[in-house]
Design a protein. Sequence first.
Length: 75
Amino acid sequence: MKKEGHPKSYDTEITCACGATYKTKSTKKTIKIDICSNCHPFFTGQQKFIDTAGRVEKFVQKYGDYLQKLKDKKK
């Protein structure tokens, strides 16, 4: 095998925004993530919005009245 055929592998620490850390191997030395299994709503059962750049507010401003009319129509 050629030595240049594969990228270098490092012992990597993955860090989540909630503070959880995981050790693994990767081609990157450090990896930072926004959400992991410790803080993901599917695994924790808690609903939490992770809003980047105000996307939830923009959606509510754009479609808020329409969604409220749909809710009222169903009742």
